[in-house]
Design a protein around this ligand. Structure first.
Ligand code: HEM
Length: 450
């Protein structure tokens, strides 16, 4: 049994490159070794695969044959041990079944108006005729959206407190170097109460107090059954034995939705503007498509059905996936890309390289939304949301939100880029971010926003 080849560099250097030059490292390994290679990252050697067959095998694996909980330990300190991200086997499936209905396509109709409203309010605060980074604003938009859809719009002061607290908590995880201590902490949970983690834990505990208060208030609310927000739905969800989620499980799933759901979508939106604004023809075509149905005032359902907008988002997520890899740990031996791998080996579907595979994509590095018109993505070659029994629960929610936010911004204001393109891909903890956060200038609002 042998692992695929690895770059002839010691583990600390590979880790440093994974943190500071991840795309260059992956491309170098692909050019030298092909579709399968191994990266040395403590505590594992993780073998990455970018060919459709290996990715199909990884995504087809049963919950008991490949685990993801061990790989996802890196976010445990934030989301807690009973988060769906950290579970495997039957318990993982139980949580997934309870969570899925809240984020299903059907629910989107209730969330569209909130998404457009939050975006309009944000635009009203943007500087005029001066360069600014768009990413902090997309972060705020996606945080407000997830807070309102999770807890319901009318929570006022409590949602404001939670919003400030979550921003404070996640700020610590923004640097690219945060990846290293996160891995270290996942390997040594016993050091979590020591300096310098204490500050992080204090913030997490303050956030928890607010989350538990929300859970208690909703449990006591007799009208919770009539509400449409995620927390109310989760409180009513029952598994096959008639059991619901405990308060701790609810806390962990709420934290998962709040953290997994907002930063990823915000960064994808920042990438979308970086790509769209650096292609004037695509920008103009999108604006025309949105204007033709009435601009930002159009029904969210009509916006979500626009074909060129849909194709553009797919192309942004193909070329600029915010998560480059999804990992699994083998629970039995597997053969992938001709390598016999032992139980215990860590493997990853390499989203970044699979989506640039020249055998699949014509001109793989070109930004060409047209390639998606009338084309359904193949899950082994377009996988920004991962796949199989662990595919992102919020994928439909995120795609819908990106469409509403993009359409609202594109039709309400006149933006241009205020930076050189293409922006460099930079790691922020575990996500890939456009360096500088997509700097733009707003010439003028197209029409008044309230
Ligand atoms: C552009 C936005 C997003 C991207 C790119 C993204 C990407 C991903 C990826 C790659 C995975 C891992 C899948 C795998 O292991 O195969 C994942 C899992 C997950 N995501 Fe997302 N996500 C996004 C938005 C969201 C949103 C909005 C939510 C919730 C509101 C969410 C909740 C989750 C959850 C709960 C999981 C764990 C699923 C499981 O382990 O069974 N994500 N996401």
């Amino acid at each position: 049994m042998t692992l695929p080849p690895t770059a002839p560099l010691p583990m600390p250097l590979q880790t440093l490159l994974w943190v500071r030059r991840p795309t260059e490292l992956m491309e170098w390994c692909r050019d030298r070794y092909g579709v399968a290679f191994t990266i040395k990252l403590p505590p594992w050697r993780i073998s990455l695969f970018s060919d459709p067959d290996s990715i199909r095998t990884i995504f087809a694996a049963k919950s008991d044959d490949m685990h993801a909980g061990g790989v996802n330990q890196v976010v445990r300190v934030l989301v807690g041990s009973s988060s769906v991200l950290l579970l495997d086997g039957p318990e993982h499936m139980r949580h997934r079944k309870l969570l899925m209905p809240s984020f299903h396509g059907e629910r989107m109709r209730h969330y569209g108006a909130t998404m457009a409203d939050v975006t309009r309010r944000s635009i009203a605060t943007w500087p005029r005729d001066a360069p600014f980074a768009l990413h902090p604003f997309t972060q705020d938009i996606t945080l407000q959206v997830i807070l309102r859809t999770v807890f319901g719009a009318e929570e006022g002061a409590q949602v404001t407190a939670l919003s400030a607290q979550i921003k404070r908590m996640l700020a610590g995880a923004e640097s690219r170097m945060a990846f290293v201590p996160m891995i270290y902490l996942s390997m040594h949970p016993e050091i979590e109460t020591r300096v310098p983690w204490r500050w992080t834990l204090r913030n997490r505990d303050r956030t928890d107090a607010l989350l538990f208060a929300q859970i208690a208030a909703r449990r006591a609310d007799r009208k919770a059954g009539e509400r449409k927000d995620v927390l109310s739905m989760l409180l009513q969800a029952r598994d096959e034995e008639g059991e619901g989620l405990t308060d701790q499980e609810l806390r962990d799933e709420l934290m998962t939705a709040l953290s997994a759901g907002h930063e990823t979508t915000a960064t994808s939106l920042a990438w979308a503007f970086e790509r769209i604004l650096s292609h004037p023809g695509i920008h103009a075509r999108l604006r025309e498509e949105v204007r033709a149905i009435g601009g930002a005032d159009a029904e969210p359902e009509r916006i979500a059905a626009l074909p060129y907008l849909d194709a553009t988002i797919k192309e942004v997520m193909r070329l600029r996936p915010v998560l480059p890899v999804v990992g699994r740990v083998l629970q039995k031996p597997y053969r992938l890309a001709g390598y016999d791998l032992p139980a215990g080996a860590a493997v990853g579907a390499c989203i970044y390289l699979a989506q640039r595979n020249p055998d699949v994509y014509d001109e793989p590095n070109a930004f060409r939304p047209e390639r998606w018109i009338g084309v359904q993505p193949d899950p082994t070659t377009w996988l920004p949301f991962g796949g199989g029994i662990r595919r992102c629960i919020g994928a439909q929610f995120a795609l819908y939100e990106m469409k509403i936010v993009l359409a609202t911004i594109l039709s309400s204001c006149d933006l241009e880029l205020a930076q050189a393109t293409p922006a460099r891909v930079v790691r922020r903890a575990i996500t890939f971010w456009p360096e500088g956060g997509t700097r733009v200038r707003m010439r003028r609002p197209v029409h008044a926003v309230s």
